[in-house]
Design a protein around this ligand. Sequence first.
Ligand code: SF4
Length: 314
Amino acid sequence: MFVEKITPYYRNLIDHDGPDGPLARMVRHSELERRVRPEERTDPIGDGRWQRGANGRLIHHYPGRALLLVTDRCAAHCRFCFRRDRLSRFSSDLTPEELAAACAYLAAHGEIHEVILSGGDPLSLADETLTAVIGAVRKAGARSVRLHTRYPVYDPVRCESFGPVAAQLDTIVVHVNHRLEITAEFLRAAAALRRARFLLNQSVLLKGVNDSEEELAGLSLALGEAGILPYYLHYPDLAPGISHFRIPLEAAIGLSRALSGRLPGYLIPRLILDIPGGKGKIPLAGQEGRKGDDGAYLFTAPLTGETVTYREAL
Ligand code: SF4
């Protein structure tokens, strides 16, 4: 059971936005989550296929980069989370033994240029712990370290002490889905995170939250004013019980195309689909109409070149 978890700060934002607003929709449990589509699965992007030791915390999918799940805890629970199954079952942090095992793997795979600290949300860990993890993976050969976090949105005060750790990172990717999440507190958090070399954002395209040209353009402009570049716009993965967050792929591609008429190129996020089964991410621009006779999409997996069938789960 993926329990409802909301920070007092975000609860306050919801109180202003209203119980049926986009912010509430992202974190309040809904009865619609009981509706699981046949296409949905507990491991929607196929992490299991690429887990390499450290009790499944090290995921090596793409040749040049690896993901290290440093914790299974988050400040709050996003109802659309693609790792909701893992976060439901675990709530632990990376142990020293797991870190040592991950570093041994990194040291033996010199082709891994970048290590991405993810989870859960890495900022659930103390600054000292994160500093130790960053030092260890660099010592094991990582030339670039990236961190993904939604703390600036859920608990921005946590980020205010983070500047010295951010300065040790090459890239920080925050996760903002709606312009109402960009508050004065968020901007103070972003100022601390900006000590990393790059500060980017990734969003998830969510029905009833940001699935309009108006909202997506407004979000990108607000991010731009905050000095954060929109990077990815993820089409929701096939996690179980989240079909009420998906819009048709064709509509998603249309929205993405419409943004190019409204925004400068550097503020347009790339619409991305993670092909189920661990087959990789593909940009969706230009993929419309690639349907077979049975209505399923046919995509080309980026790493293997194989043709993959993708069925929408709406
Ligand atoms: S912050 Fe990230 S990992 Fe945590 S629940 Fe939200 S989407 Fe999932």
